[in-house]
Ligand binder design. Structure first.
Ligand code: SF4
Ligand code: SF4
Length: 315
């Protein structure tokens, strides 16, 4: 499914080496990249399209107060929605061949903490959300295992630390592409998935499952307004003003900036998700106007609070 018999990649699916070049400073790590991917049907697993199982799963997610849940059929990875697309060895069935569906959940990043970034407050929020994502997806995988469908959660951060990212700024699986295929949002110029509820202020976790769950439709609406605030305010100059995926984040520049914040104990950065006007959460927090983040633009009360938080807890 990753290419023809001669090993040529399908149109739209780049060999990882080419993808790495297209990403300037790379998404893809050292290639195992050009090897051919052969996807197979899960052996000895009966998994009829199971609407009742999905409803039970959604109910379980409601009990856990997970606000965003979507399902992508695993074979969607083999049908690129845009180009260049994720190389074959990053697809769910290449990583765990029994995968038939990918369940993706999203948890919000609350704006008042994010606004203080770079800060210990945002760092702790980020870590907390990551821990919850791992715990929830672990529990969802067990929920499906208990019902006879082999499943495994995929850790939120598929890398050791920022030093590992400096060597290779790519994880073994992309949750944001999974979230896209699960219908949870559309890509913004900032390369992040924008959701209706939280704009880009949401983090995703995934579960690979052999259950054949009814998939959710991919979002057709394009949520990005092309305001270019993310591009203009990125402190590392890492964002391109073209639409994703023509405009790819310079991951090395972004990671180098994050590493400099990590030395001070206040990573990650988060500016490109803070300034984005998309998301109903802006209404909730009374932050409809993102021009408040430009220097010298009123709201000294907010600025004093942010500077106070930034003055404590970091190195
Ligand atoms: S996280 Fe910060 S450095 Fe990285 S792209 Fe976003 S704004 Fe730029
Ligand atoms: S800040 Fe503006 S340009 Fe950037 S992703 Fe959000 S809406 Fe799109």
């Amino acid at each position: 499914m990753g290419g023809d018999e001669a090993g040529r990649p399908r149109p739209g699916i780049m060999p990882a080496s080419a993808w790495r070049q297209s990403c300037r400073q790379g998404w893809v790590g050292e290639p195992s990249a050009t090897r051919q991917i052969h996807l197979s049907s899960p052996p000895n697993i009966e998994s009829p399209m199971d609407a009742e199982l999905k409803e039970a799963l959604l109910e379980r997610c409601r009990e856990m107060e997970i606000p965003l849940v979507g399902v992508a059929a695993a074979d969607r990875w083999a049908d690129p929605p845009f180009e260049p697309w994720v190389p074959g060895e990053f697809w769910p069935q290449a990583i765990y061949p029994e995968t038939r569906s990918v369940v993706v959940i999203g948890l919000p990043i609350s704006l008042p903490a994010l606004e203080t970034s770079p800060s210990v407050w945002y760092r702790e929020l980020y870590r907390t959300v990551n821990i919850l994502l791992d715990q929830y997806t672990y529990r969802i995988a067990n929920f499906l295992n208990d019902r006879g469908f082999p499943s495994a959660f995929v850790p939120r951060d598929g890398y050791a630390d920022v030093e590992a990212l400096l060597k290779n700024p790519v994880a073994f699986f992309s949750h944001r592409h999974a979230a896209y295929l699960a219908g949870l949002g559309s890509f913004g110029v900032n390369n992040v998935l924008l959701t209706r509820k939280f704009g880009p202020r949401v983090r995703f976790g995934s579960v690979f499952t052999a259950a054949e769950l009814p998939p959710d439709p991919v979002m057709e609406e394009d949520l990005c307004t092309r305001c270019m605030r993310c591009v203009q305010l990125c402190p590392a100059g890492a964002l391109d003003d073209r639409d994703y995926p023509a405009g790819i984040t310079d991951k090395s520049a972004c990671t180098a900036y994050s590493a400099s914040l990590a030395k001070r104990g206040v990573s990650p950065c988060g500016v490109c998700i803070k300034v984005c006007p998309v998301g109903e959460d802006r209404e909730l927090y009374g932050r409809r106007d993102p021009s408040i983040y430009a220097r010298g633009d009123g709201r000294e009360d907010l600025r004093r609070g942010w500077e106070h938080v930034q003055s404590y807890g970091g190195r």
